[in-house]
Design a protein around this ligand. Structure first.
Ligand SMILES: [Zn+2]
Length: 292
């Protein structure tokens, strides 16, 4: 399932391609992927321009000049493809937004959706999410030190919450670390892959309870969240399907995963074999030798 770095990679790569361009045609082939009648969806979206693309957790928000918002969640198996019809992957497209000869294809939206909502509706639905672990802002002036932490867009990343705020959230939360990190009401945007990578970077086992974490471990966890998610975005996330023909960025983090989906492989830090230790219904991978 795409997580924050995958959605942020889409966002930063789509902004220069579609923002400001008129939507010349809208096609919906799966009614369940949207939330209003198809005819109403087409009427309210056709001819509009996308003024900005924002992200909240694992959601993307396409802001239209009519003030409506297209709220996207890809859930499991969803992906995006930008380009001409002849280049698109051979998978069923549920929604297609056209900008002249080029199209944004929404693929694999079975559990995922593209809902047409007002700003108030979007706010109501997203308000239950926890804080962003990492936020991106457009670098102004082009001379900002340390700029270009994003996917080639010149956007700068910074933690979405302070260490003190993080420690307060941890103190209020009960349960296992893996479960907390993937709980969208705790922190928005982290799923199975990055939660394991964060725990590995922090040298903490994902099965540990939040209450058992020492101060130094909490500090390490706080730093690791920004570091791992930032690296994920810079590397283009782990989704393997390119966003467009010639896309060299998307999926680059797949080769950088240290533990996720790497059971039996040697740990890059200590050489011990990595293990899979599911927590509840969640897939989880770790090194039981150098994480404690
Ligand atoms: Zn290890």
């Amino acid at each position: 399932m795409p997580e924050m770095p995958e959605m942020e990679t889409y966002r930063q790569q789509l902004i220069p391609r579609i923002v400001g361009r008129p939507l010349t045609q809208v096609e919906v082939t799966r009614e369940h992927s949207i939330n209003v009648p198809v005819s109403e969806f087409i009427k309210r979206v056709s001819g509009k321009r996308i003024t900005d693309i924002r992200r909240r957790g694992k959601h993307l928000l396409f802001l239209l000049d009519s003030k409506d918002i297209l709220l996207l969640h890809l859930m499991l198996g969803g992906s995006l493809f930008w380009g001409r019809d002849e280049d698109k992957p051979k998978r069923t497209v549920q929604v297609r937004l056209s900008f002249g000869e080029e199209h944004l294809h929404f693929i694999g939206l079975r559990l995922g959706y593209l809902h047409l909502v007002s700003a108030a509706e979007a706010k109501e639905r997203l308000d239950k999410l926890g804080p962003e672990a990492l936020e991106f802002t457009a670098a102004s002036g082009g001379a900002t030190a340390g700029a270009n932490n994003g996917a080639g867009s010149g956007e700068t990343a910074k933690p979405g919450l302070t260490e003190a705020e993080f420690n307060r959230l941890v103190a209020e939360k009960r349960g296992k670390l893996k479960v907390a990190l993937t709980d969208q009401s705790f922190l928005a945007g982290i799923g199975n892959c990055y939660s394991d990578e964060i725990c590995f970077a922090a040298r903490i086992l994902p099965v540990r309870t939040l209450q058992s974490l020492q101060a130094a471990e909490k500090a390490s966890l706080y730093r690791s969240i920004s570091a791992v998610l930032g690296e994920g975005v810079r590397a283009g996330g782990y989704m393997e399907m390119p966003l467009y023909v010639g896309d060299q960025l998307t999926g680059g983090f797949n080769a950088l995963c240290r533990v996720y989906d790497r059971a039996y492989e040697p740990c890059l830090r200590c050489g011990a074999p990595l293990v899979r230790r599911d927590i509840g219904s969640r897939k989880s991978f770790c090194c039981e030798s150098c994480q404690s």
